[in-house]
Design a binder for this molecule. Structure first.
Ligand SMILES: NC(=O)c1ccc[n+]([C@@H]2O[C@H](COP(=O)([O-])OP(=O)(O)OC[C@H]3O[C@@H](n4cnc5c(N)ncnc54)[C@H](OP(=O)(O)O)[C@@H]3O)[C@@H](O)[C@H]2O)c1
Length: 290
């Protein structure tokens, strides 16, 4: 967003406040809010199109975007979880409707969304396989995957065996898309996080870009249904109170964790962004307020 992602939506609304995830204390509630009270510790994430983000002392969220913070983890730990986990939730639960005993392939399990997807899949009783960098393999195996394939050292198409009910592709480049689709059973779901809706509307504007994106998506859906018998999706994060409640439950009992690599005071937001951009910090970065 800082570099211009989503400009077709956000440019007319500048200045905007960045930040989606939050963990903190309720300072005030509106009259229609029933599930939250002042002083309560909560965590959650704003919808992707929100203009007033969470890089602030006070953030404004709707009731469905928040849940009680898991008591067993700190605010720093809690704030790293919701946006990534809700993105994974939407793909696995709302789109693919994964069920116990199914086989799930997560391409890019080393990233935040991928790691959340693995843990949601394992908790749902799925057999999970993932691709990740060599440094992430041990963490993947600890989280309960059946197989973690190092994409920097192995040929994924040779190393992974059998077919899957669902593939979540967090990388979404042509190569991973081709691989993911070829690993699906008939009737399976391929879900990429790199749908072209934002890039096309940013390039051509909402009025032209959105219809182009819709026609590209429809064409791919029809093409893959005929050629491979599979369902093809572009997946986007969406606030979901049922999803957040389950994410909260799993985080509370230690079944959904997000490693926090580094924290910065909010006054050093520039340094935090530079650390992520330069890839010096592999995992989540959290901004802290006094
Ligand atoms: N559509 C949406 O609503 C939505 C929501 C959230 C995020 N996203 C997008 O989804 C992507 C992932 O987000 P994130 O927050 O999970 O990112 P992240 O935490 O920064 O993860 C990136 C990780 O991807 C792994 N990786 C890179 N190339 C790979 C490859 N060829 N095969 C397997 N793994 C590879 C690396 O893991 P290793 O360290 O293991 O190498 C890297 O650490 C980003 O592009 C983000 O913009 C989309």
């Amino acid at each position: 967003m800082r570099a211009g992602y989503g400009r077709s939506v956000f440019e007319p609304l500048l200045p905007l406040i960045l930040g989606r995830d939050v963990s903190g204390e309720v300072a005030a509630v509106g009259t229609s809010v029933h599930s939250l009270s002042v002083g309560q510790e909560v965590f959650g994430a704003l919808h992707p199109t929100a203009v007033r983000g969470t890089y602030t002392d006070y953030a404004v969220l709707s009731e469905e975007e928040l849940a009680a913070k898991p008591a067993s983890i700190t605010h720093v730990e809690a704030s790293a979880i919701p946006f990534a986990a809700l993105t994974a939730w939407r793909a696995l639960k709302s789109t693919a409707r994964i069920a116990e005993g199914q086989r799930l392939l997560v391409i890019g399990g080393g990233g935040a969304v991928g790691f959340a997807a693995i843990q949601l899949g394992v908790a749902a009783g799925c057999y999970v396989t993932t691709t990740c960098g060599g440094n992430s393999v041990a963490r993947m195996l600890e989280s309960g995957v059946e197989q973690a394939v190092d994409y920097t050292a192995e040929d994924i198409e040779v190393a992974i065996k059998g077919k899957f009910d669902a593939v979540l592709d967090t990388i979404g480049v042509p190569e991973t898309e081709r691989t993911g689709i070829n690993f699906l059973k008939r009737g399976g779901h391929y879900m990429t996080l790199q749908g072209e809706a934002a890039s096309l509307t940013d390039r051509y504007g909402l009025l032209v870009g959105l219809p182009i994106a819709t026609s590209i998506l429809l064409k791919k859906q029809i093409q893959y249904r005929y050629s491979h018998g599979i369902e093809y999706w572009w997946n986007y994060m969406r606030a979901d109170s049922d999803g957040l409640a389950e994410i909260r439950r799993l985080s509370e009992i230690g079944k959904l964790k997000m490693p926090v690599e580094k924290t910065f005071p909010i006054s050093q937001v520039r340094e935090a962004h530079e650390a992520k951009d330069s890839r010096r910090v592999p995992g989540k970065v959290v901004l802290e307020l006094d």
